[in-house]
Ligand binder design. Structure first.
Ligand code: RP5
Length: 163
């Protein structure tokens, strides 16, 4: 199976990024984690991106806060799917990172999830891999069913308590 590259702009992003790691791990999807910054270590970010396909990656998650150019800078150097996680940090609470990540010019796409949306970033990678991997697709179906059962159980509890 291809790997997911998980790149974060700073180690301060790790508490959020960890949720993507945990999600990929729970599906048995291989990954590599790195701290590369579009601004502080642009050469390393570029080298990773340029070589990602031949190094066995199938998708890349890029998490960054503030003036978050990481996902776009990575997408500029690869045609692998890039999923951006805008991280909530600094004075603007992630709105800055959201707009920086989502507003890509035509031709260089970045699929942007919600602010701090690390679980969905991982699930999108899994869904991309599941297009050609029926075992992964079955695991995704099972998770959806399990999640729905949990919500219905909560609904039953509240209905019984309040009605
Ligand atoms: C961004 O700036 C990082 O992705 C992080 O979210 C934010 C703050 O970084 P640190 O100053 O905590 O290293 O580049």
């Amino acid at each position: 199976m291809k790997k997911v590259g998980i790149i974060m702009g700073s180690d301060s992003d790790l508490p959020i990024v960890q949720k993507a790691v945990d999600t990929l791990k729970s599906f048995g999807v291989p990954y590599e984690v790195h701290v590369f910054s579009a601004h502080r270590t642009p050469a390393e970010a570029k080298e990773f991106s340029v070589n990602a396909r031949e190094n066995g990656f199938g998708a890349i998650i890029a998490a960054a806060g503030m003036a978050a150019h990481l996902a776009g800078a990575i997408a500029a150097n690869t045609t692998l799917p890039v999923i951006g996680i805008p991280i909530k940090s600094g004075y603007l609470n992630g709105i800055d990172a959201l707009l920086s990540t989502v507003q890509m010019p035509s031709g260089i796409p970045v699929a942007t999830v919600a602010i701090d949306g690390a679980v969905n970033a991982a699930l999108l990678c899994i869904e991309i891999f599941a297009v050609t991997d029926s075992e992964l697709a079955e695991k995704l179906d099972a998770k959806r069913k399990n999640d729905a059962a949990n919500v219905l159980a909560k609904n039953n509890k509240i209905e019984n308590e309040l009605n």
